[in-house]
Every structure is written in C-alpha cells, then in structure tokens.
Design a protein around this ligand. Structure first.
Ligand code: ASP
Length: 406
C-alpha cells in the first residue's frame, strides 16, 4: 500500500516536471494561442481556492484540539512564531547582503518608472494587529481573509477542549470535514499537471510569449539574478536546517513536496497551494497535530521569499534613484520588510503592494515600484515557491522541536 502510494507520488512528480517544461515551451513559442487555454489553469486554481476556507477551519480546529491542553498549544504556537520570525529575519538579511553585493539598481534607467497600477495601501503595526480579527467571521470567510479565520478557529478549538463530552462531537465533526477535504485534495492532484501546464503556457502568452519574456528579463537582468540567487541561498539554508535539526533526508522531503512547490511556482499563490502543501507534508510523515496547526498559519504569515524579495527591491529602487541608504536605514528595511511580508496575503503580487510600508519607512518614492513591474509576474512565482518551501520545512522542524522540548 505504502509502496504503491510512493510510486504514484513519483509518477505525479514526473508528470509535473514534464508539465512545467512543456508549458514553458508552448508559452514560449505559441504564446498567443496558449491564451485560449487560460481557463483550464483558472479552473485548477479556483478548484484549489474552493478548498482553502473549509480546509483551514477543519485543519486548525482538529490540530489545536489534538494538542490537548492549552500549555501544549502555547508551546507549539511559540515554536512556530520563533521559527517564522528567525527564518524571515534571515531571509531579509540575505536580501540586503545580496543587494549590497550585486548593486542591481546602479545604472538602471528611470525612464520606465510609471506609477504602479496596483492599489497601494499602507500596513502599519496597528493595522497588522487589527488584521488578526474581523467583526464578521462569515464575511471574513467569504472574502478569504484568512488570518481572522485562523485566530477564530484556534480560540474556538481551545474552548471546545475545555467542554469535555459536550465538545467531543463537534471536534469529531471537524475531523470528518478534514478527512473529506484531504480526500478531495488527493483527487485534485491528478488534475494538477494539466492545470500547471495551462497556467504556465497562458501566463507566458499573456506576457507576450518567449521573446518578450527574454527582453523583460534582460532589461532587469542583474536585479532578477540578485533576487534568484538570494532565494536559492535561502532555500539551501532551509534545507540545511531541516537536515541538521531533524536528521531527515532532504531529498526525500523535497520529493514529497515536489507537487506543492511546482504548483506554487505555477499559481504564484501560497494560499491556493496550501491543500497540496498539506498533502505533501502528510506524505512526508510529519505528525498530524503539528501539520494541521503550523501549516495554515505559515501559509498566511510566513513568507521568507517575499521578505527577501522586498529587501532587494527596495535597495534596487534606492540605487536606481541614486539614494544611498545608511546602515540605520537598512536596519529599518530589515524590520519593516519583515512586517510587510507578514502582512502580505498568500495571493499573486501581494508583496508588491505591501512593499509600500518599507519604501515609506525609508522615504523612497513609491513610483519606484513601477521600475520592477515588468518582471514581477515571474519573480512572484519564484518567491512563492520559497514561501511554500519555508512553510513545509517549518512543519517538520516545529514538530521535531515540539517532541524534544516535551
Ligand atoms: N505571491 C506570494 C504568495 O502567495 C506573495 C507575494 O510575495 O506576492 O506567497
């Protein structure tokens, strides 16, 4: 049974690799035609999104209820926040070091700097704290505001565990919901290679096909290389941490996570990828209680790739405008980029919007964002993949540490 499961996992992984390569090739050469299959990708993405709210609710409630007493919840919560905080801080530091070394913005022309078309809004500390709650939990679910749903479910589950026999049927109900949703995830996975193919091919098509893509990359080559080398360095550190702390085989873990990572790359949304991240971490054998609690929280607030990207982007803008950021200002970037990444939703290009708080903190022109728009759709995919990698490694590491601290 286990053998056949791992066989079908390997087969799916192979199909995903082929789908990404084929999607890239088709979008490169026949970009225009590929736009007509955009709806297939949309279908895959929407089907995944459809599962997010019930999955998060059932998973967090059963996860927290499974932890038993409130002290265990406190320990697991503390470990998760410590992991998220440390890795995000390291990610921003890598971004700052890379941008100082490569100097991607020096000599970049300001000619293309148009005001960004995205709706920009400020996210201060008080907004971040207020975003933990919502006056209407149904509306939060309807509008996919995930953080208040998670907070509600944690407190709701903690309350259920104090009710004894009265709380048990409710917990059992959510266990059933959780199992059913995970079964649906298993079914959707078979559709993943087709969805991924369509998403990649049509997105390349929408952006003008292969030649336009190469021209976009070329116009900001040093910047793109700085972000990508930073992301790769961070991914390497995460893998090393997984090995040193848990002694797991990194290759084996990555194999289980392959489908989720490739879906993250194709959808540019860590929230939409959450169902597949759950499945991958489950197959990797991470304890249910840790997985159910740590992953939804991670997919919502832990964004290492976004934090790293924001640091590089802000330094790029400063360099392009010929503004020298002092050491103290760079420390301010470190702090605000961490906040901006926590505040970013797990949806496409959210990081671009929350970057405003970093730019404002160090007094840089917001129009600078316009300089980066051309390649953001591509870098968004790369950083989302690292966001999902950070979440999945976090589940295994927090689970391991939780057993040790006990
Ligand atoms: N697209 C990213 C995610 O979903 C967020 C961002 O950096 O824009 O994780």
């Amino acid at each position: 049974m286990i053998k056949s499961k791992s066989k079908s996992e390997s087969r799916l992984l192979m199909m995903m690799v082929v789908a990404i390569l084929a999607g890239g090739t088709a979008g490169y050469f026949w970009g225009d035609a590929m736009q007509s299959i955009a709806w297939v990708g949309e279908l895959f993405l929407t089907t995944l999104k459809m599962l997010i709210v019930p999955l998060i609710a059932a998973s967090v409630i059963t996860g927290v209820a499974g932890l038993g007493d409130v002290r265990h919840l406190g320990r697991m919560g503390g470990l998760s926040v410590a992991y998220y905080g440390c890795t995000t801080f390291i990610a921003v530091s890598i971004g700052l070091i890379m941008a100082n070394l490569w100097q991607p913005g020096v000599g970049a022309g300001l000619g293309d700097a148009a005001a960004p078309t995205h709706q920009l809004h400020d996210v201060g500390m008080s907004e971040l704290i207020l975003s933990l709650v919502h006056p209407n939990i149904i509306e939060a679910a309807a509008t996919m505001k995930l953080l208040p749903i998670i907070v509600f479910c944690i407190v709701f589950a903690a309350a259920l565990t104090t009710l004894g026999e009265t709380g048990k049927p409710v917990i059992r109900f959510f266990e059933g919901v959780n199992e059913a949703i995970m079964t649906m995830v298993g079914w959707i996975m078979f559709f993943a290679p087709i969805g991924v193919f369509a998403l990649i091919a049509s997105k390349l098509g929408q952006n003008g096909g292969g030649e336009a893509f190469l021209a976009q990359i070329q116009s900001l080559l040093v910047y793109v290389l700085t972000v990508i080398s930073g992301l790769l360095t961070h991914a390497f550190l995460l893998c090393t941490a997984l090995f040193i702390i848990t002694r797991r085989s990194v290759l084996d873990y990555l194999k289980h996570m392959g489908t989720a990572l490739m879906t993250a790359f194709s959808t540019a949304s860590s929230s939409a990828t959450l169902p597949l991240t759950m499945e991958g971490v489950k197959n990797a054998g991470v304890n249910d209680r840790a997985r159910r609690f740590v992953l939804p929280l991670g997919a919502t607030i832990n964004m290492d790739g976004t934090a790293l990207y924001e640091a590089v982007a802000v330094l790029f803008i400063a360099q392009a405008y010929g503004i020298d950021l002092s050491f103290t200002q760079q420390i301010l970037v470190l702090i605000t980029a961490t906040m901006a990444a926590i505040g970013a939703a797990g949806i496409p290009e959210a990081g671009l919007v929350t970057m405003v708080i970093v730019l404002e903190a160090v007094g840089l022109p917001l129009e600078g964002i316009g300089l980066l728009l051309a390649v953001d759709w591509f870098l968004d995919r790369c950083r989302t993949t690292v966001n999902v990698l950070g979440d999945s490694m976090g589940a295994a590491i927090v689970d391991h540490l939780d057993h040790k601290v006990k």
